[in-house]
Design a protein around this ligand. Structure first.
Ligand code: ADP
Ligand code: RBF
Ligand code: MG
Length: 423
């Protein structure tokens, strides 16, 4: 059993703010002009695969993956992307669950520090562009949460060296022998190494893809997203915003390392601070839903919805759906449970949005316009040993959705009256 933590240190890029998506976009726009034969989707996928490495290494891999050698050298591609990447005047979104976590810790008066590899100057630029996409549209000052801020240009050696974490602890007034009671949040293997070398307790929330999870072995715990953190496992204050569905029993999944879930009795969900509307034509999916699982999912194209779904942690959600064009236009509002992510059981390389509408349809509705209102988060995506277990779990998600809505447990639907009325 570890000692209780009493202070927290955060990495910034990829942990609290989503700069990765902006980098990907710069890469797409630069590469598109260089090589016409490669599609936006291919560039996007390749850029995502290259994430988490140092810039030049990422550029080398990208040139290889997209076979760009005849049009550009890696170093030149990097410069071109750098020119595109002016942080001012753009929106840098928060990572899903970041503000919820910072708010709780602040409210509970837990001392917090930022330990970022970004230089002080870059940090200032990034902070000016953070949170413009927040619900109220106002700039959100993330720095206000921190009792100490440490930047990359304040230390001689960057991560994976522990120096920046030593500096952060010093500024928080934490003694070296208490390092193990300092909880660090990191998204990259380098960051995890640095935190562990400093003697801290470290939670990894990888921004790399699932296939690379073994790179995070040094971390004390790995979570899929900040939404899944169980702070009480580390002796810190517990989130109180989960709602239990007391008619659906909780069963611990294989490989669930969480201490707090050992005493959980019921399934639960987390209402989103801001509901999210996703609209688009229903496309062909992987051809597995009805055939393999007996669970049809009306897939939406992720590419035009990328910015919106980046606001959500990959995972299982529920809400409502309506079909607003074609033959099924007037069939009304349907409850829906959906997966938004990479479907670990099938190890998909691409993200998908897959709503299962909780009613029977006599025929398919491909190409018709589907609008989904995402209201609540249920859980992270997981892997299963058998397809039966996956099916059972999806059916249980549907029960969580049905019960939560039957019992009227989701608040805030009133402000979406226009969406419900417009059918
Ligand atoms: P795909 O892999 O192409 O998405 P699925 O086997 O998942 O195929 O079937 C999904 C299709 O089935 C949807 O696009 C839709 O046209 C149809 N469908 C019928 N009933 C439903 C339902 N209740 N929920 C979602 N899609 C449904
Ligand atoms: N796939 C997974 O690999 N892991 C999951 O935990 C998972 N949960 C799902 C939950 C719901 C509510 C739905 C509708 C789907 C889920 N799937 C999951 C996705 C499923 O694998 C996918 O819809 C089919 O493979 C069809 O592409
Ligand atoms: Mg489908």
């Amino acid at each position: 059993m570890r000692d209780d933590c009493y202070c927290v240190i955060f990495d910034l890029d990829g942990t609290l703010i989503n700069t990765e998506a902006i980098v990907d976009e710069a890469v797409v726009s630069v590469v598109k002009t260089m090589k016409k034969s490669v599609s936006e989707r291919e560039i996007f996928d390749a850029a995502e695969d290259c994430r988490g490495q140092r810039p030049l290494e990422a550029s080398v891999e990208l040139c290889e993956k997209l076979d760009l050698h005849d049009v550009v050298k890696p170093a030149e591609l990097l410069t071109k992307c750098g020119e595109k990447l002016q942080w001012d005047g753009i929106d840098i979104p928060d990572m899903p669950g970041a503000v919820r976590l910072l708010e709780l810790l602040k409210r509970k008066k837990v001392p917090m520090a930022l330990a970022t590899s970004t230089s002080a100057k870059e940090l200032e630029k990034k902070m000016k562009s953070t949170g413009r996409t927040s619900d109220d549209g106002n700039h959100r000052d993330l720095l206000k949460y921190f009792d100490a801020i440490c930047c990359g240009d304040e230390v001689a050696k960057g991560k994976p060296d522990p120096e920046i974490f030593h500096l952060a602890m010093e500024r928080l007034g934490v003694k070296r022998e208490d390092a193990g009671r300092c909880l660090v949040f990191e998204d990259t293997p380098h960051g995890v190494s640095a935190a562990k070398a400093a003697g801290c307790c470290c939670v990894a929330v990888p921004s790399l893809r699932r296939e690379k999870f073994e790179m995070y072995e040094g971390a004390d715990r790995v979570y899929h997203s900040l939404m899944d953190i169980e702070l009480e496992d580390f002796g810190l204050p517990k989130f109180e915003d989960w709602k239990e569905v007391k008619t659906v029993e909780f069963v611990k999944e294989d490989g669930d390392a969480s201490l707090s879930s050992q005493t959980r009795k019921y399934e639960r969900f987390l209402k989103l601070d801001a509901f999210l509307e996703l609209t688009g034509p229903v496309i062909r999916g992987f051809g597995r839903g009805s055939k393999m699982l007996g669970i049809p999912t009306a897939n939406l194209d992720v590419v035009p919805l990328k910015q919106q779904i980046d606001k959500l942690a990959p995972g299982i959600y529920f809400g409502f759906a309506k079909i607003s064009s074609g033959k099924h236009k007037s069939t009304g509002i349907h409850r829906t449970v959906m997966s938004i992510g990479y479907n670990p059981f099938f190890n998909d390389k691409r993200k998908s949005i897959e709503p299962w509408l909780l009613r029977e349809f006599e025929e398919d509705f491909y190409d018709e316009t589907l609008s989904v209102l995402v209201c609540a988060y249920v859980r992270a995506e997981c892997n299963f040993t058998t397809v039966e277990n996956l099916i059972e779990r999806i059916r249980k998600d549907a029960r969580v959705c049905e019960e939560a809505l039957d019992l009227d447990l989701v608040e805030g639907l009133d402000s979406w009256k226009h969406w419900f009325d417009d059918v």
